[in-house]
Design a protein. Structure first.
Length: 679
């Protein structure tokens, strides 16, 4: 090394004396470009072994070949020094092969694991270009490669743009790795190589065309290839920011930094959603923006920046909802995590969408930001502490935290009762329908057992402790059991039962005590069931309304069947299955069928599955109108069936079925007999 330094020092001295040694250095590192030996080397204050001004070669080259330098920027590839591929003093390719495109590429390259390899490089495309696809594998882009997908130095790989200009996509300039994943434009790397991009293959966008042409033969400015991946509103902006990457990493001047996430994220996540495939055959992006006018992330979702949300159904008329959350996408989501095909919704650590609702608790736990009054509706701890019912469900099973499903209060996925009857359909959960077109939330707090928490109940049924009534303002409710004190309507002087706080015009249980007494302190829902909307027509059995209210029914009173007993017991103290109360109204032969079809109403209306439709009029009408007739209100039903063997409606009356012509009595026209009345 000492001898080398002395020789090099002699050369430098010769240069300074003007002996013409510099004339041996090829373009572009020559005096014509204001480059001489002393541009890179130092006689006295050198740092590198070759008297260079920098300690390593890469730093020396990038003192000019960098983004802020006065030469073409260049990054190293796989941390290999620049001089492994380049001879900085000589155009070896030009000198050896008569080309003028040598780019200072060496004719011999010391590879990492394949020894010394010969390189022939005479032009950017075609024969002897970067990787020309012939069988010699002497292209500068293939002599080192042994594990790449394409262009390995043994030829054991599929063809990939053979003879094309590799640097058209894999540029020498890449802050992470020179010649890394394709970077034909600022956002090219995002689309092809980054974890947070769509992971496109070259052919996905370019098809059989050579870049910069896209698969439809057009360039970026005129192509329609971007239209499926980005929403209709986002394509133009996506193209405008193509050359400025870094939105996901927060680079100044990037699309996200300049236009904001409403534009950036919304270019796929709106009501004309993007697709993961340019032909539209992939997965559609989740609509987060909604229609961005009446609903969506920035209108009714967590992105709402100011004001208040719409009032909730349990609030007094004219009230306002909670303050706007004013959250950004990156409050919950990680911009640089895997995007396409991710199962975690790109949520940050600590915001997992798990059974514990970890994501929602970040803001809705006590001591956090989203605990506006009433706390038992917005604070997660109240929800988690409630026994049974909804506490084991994820928040998003009912809520769309982006508010993009529709114009629904509380970011719910549907308006009441639809949002509740998704589960409360009688199969997944207890069947329920609304009362007087009220919202389910008018009486129920789906998040908290208020009665349990504040009134010591173990039977809260999610009933609110305060209900905004239709005409009597806010009313306190105490509900600790299905019967007795503090039940639905217990008959005391406070009128705070959930079945009486609203009532002002009903016959019974008004909120001012003016209604008549009626089964006080019993379980109202035994007769007025939730699945029947608590209407005045009891619905504990399918045929209950027929017996009490229908004009074609017996119009019995409650006590007519139940006496002094509490439903479902009948007046003899027995349930329907064993009671004898039905025996007087129905004939001895009809009682069993009457009980069996109790839950199948609609015989008189001809409803499918009803008693009449299933068993016919002989069974249905004959359950009272036979030789052991039913008795209703001390009146015997008319005997219509007779004894149903020798005489009666279906034997000798108009219910007799027509005989076959062969059975027609002598002297009687077959046609006349055939068309006898049949009921």
């Amino acid at each position: 090394m000492k001898r080398f330094s002395i020789v090099l020092l002699s050369v430098l001295a010769a240069v300074t004396l003007g002996t013409g040694v510099e004339a041996a250095i090829d373009l572009p590192h020559d005096v014509a470009n204001n480059v001489d030996c002393l541009s890179c080397h130092a006689v006295h204050n050198y740092l590198g072994d070759a008297l260079t001004k920098e300690a390593n070669v890469t730093d020396l080259c990038q003192s000019c070949h960098y983004y802020s330098g006065n030469a073409t920027p260049a990054d190293t590839h796989q941390s290999v020094d620049c001089t492994v591929c380049h001879e900085p003093h000589l155009q070896e390719q030009n000198n050896a092969h008569g080309t003028n495109y040598g780019m200072l590429i060496r004719t011999q390259v010391e590879t990492p694991n394949s020894g010394t390899q010969t390189v022939k490089f005479t032009g950017p495309t075609g024969l002897n270009s970067f990787a020309d696809g012939d069988a010699t594998y002497d292209g500068i882009c293939e002599v080192c490669h042994t594990t790449t997908i394409y262009h390995t130095n043994d030829g054991g790989d599929p063809a990939h743009y053979d003879g094309e200009k590799c640097t058209g996509c894999h540029t020498h300039v890449d802050s992470n790795n020179g010649f890394g994943s394709p970077t034909g434009g600022g956002a090219h790397q995002t689309h092809v190589g980054e974890n947070y991009g769509p992971g496109q293959a070259c052919a996905d966008c370019h098809g059989a065309f050579t870049p910069p042409q896209l698969a439809d033969g057009q360039t970026l400015a005129t192509t329609t290839l971007c239209n499926n991946c980005h929403s209709a509103d986002g394509v133009a902006t996506a193209k405008a920011y193509w050359n400025t990457m870094g939105s996901s990493t927060g680079e100044p001047g990037s699309w996200l930094a300049v236009e904001g996430e409403r534009s950036f994220c919304g270019s796929c996540h709106d009501d004309t959603p993007g697709n993961t495939k340019d032909d539209g055959s992939g997965v559609f992006a989740l609509n987060v923006l909604g229609n961005d006018t009446t609903y969506g992330q920035y209108v009714r979702g967590h992105g709402k920046s100011s004001g208040n949300y719409a009032m909730l159904p349990f609030q007094a008329s004219g009230a306002t909802g909670n303050p706007a959350a004013n959250k950004s996408c990156n409050n919950c989501h990680d911009y640089i995590s895997q995007h396409f095909g991710a199962t975690d919704y790109r949520l940050k650590a600590g915001f997992e969408d798990d059974a514990n609702n970890t994501n929602c608790k970040q803001c809705h736990n006590p001591g956090t930001v989203a605990i506006a009054a009433p706390e038992d509706y917005t604070t997660y701890q109240h929800y988690a502490n409630q026994p049974f019912v909804h506490g084991g469900y994820k928040c998003r099973e009912c809520h769309d935290n982006h508010g993009a499903t529709g114009s629904f209060a509380g970011m719910t996925k549907a308006a009441s009762p639809a949002r509740c009857t998704v589960c409360h359909d009688g199969a997944t959960a207890t069947s329920a329908s609304t009362h007087q077109s009220l919202d389910c939330g008018s009486c129920h707090n789906p998040h908290t057992q208020e009665q349990n928490e504040y009134n010591g109940s173990i039977y809260g049924k999610l009933i609110r402790r305060t209900i905004e009534t239709l005409s009597s303002g806010a009313k306190a409710v105490v509900f600790t059991g299905v019967s007795g004190t503090n039940s639905f309507a217990d008959g005391d002087a406070t009128y705070d039962g959930v079945c009486e706080v609203c009532h002002t015009t009903t016959n019974y249980h008004r909120n001012d005590g003016s209604g008549a007494a009626h089964n006080t302190g019993v379980n109202c829902t035994d007769c007025h069931t939730h699945d029947n909307g608590f209407t005045e027509t009891p619905g504990s059995g399918g045929s209950h309304s027929t017996h009490l209210y229908a004009s074609y029914g017996p119009q019995l009173s409650c006590s007519g069947c139940h006496g002094a007993q509490t439903p479902p017991l009948l007046s003899d103290g027995l349930p329907k299955a064993t009671t004898g109360v039905c025996d007087n109204c129905h004939s001895a032969d009809g009682v069993a069928d009457a009980k069996n079809y109790w839950s199948n109403p609609g015989s008189s209306e001809g409803t499918a599955g009803s008693w009449l439709v299933a068993l016919g009029s002989k069974s249905y009408c004959g359950s009272c109108h036979d030789s052991s007739p039913g008795v209703v209100s001390a009146q015997n039903a008319q005997n219509v069936l007779g004894n149903d063997s020798g005489y009666g409606f279906y034997q000798t009356g108009h219910g007799r079925r027509c005989l076959r012509p062969a059975d027609t009595p002598l002297g009687v026209s077959p046609n006349l007999w055939r068309f006898c009345a049949r009921l």
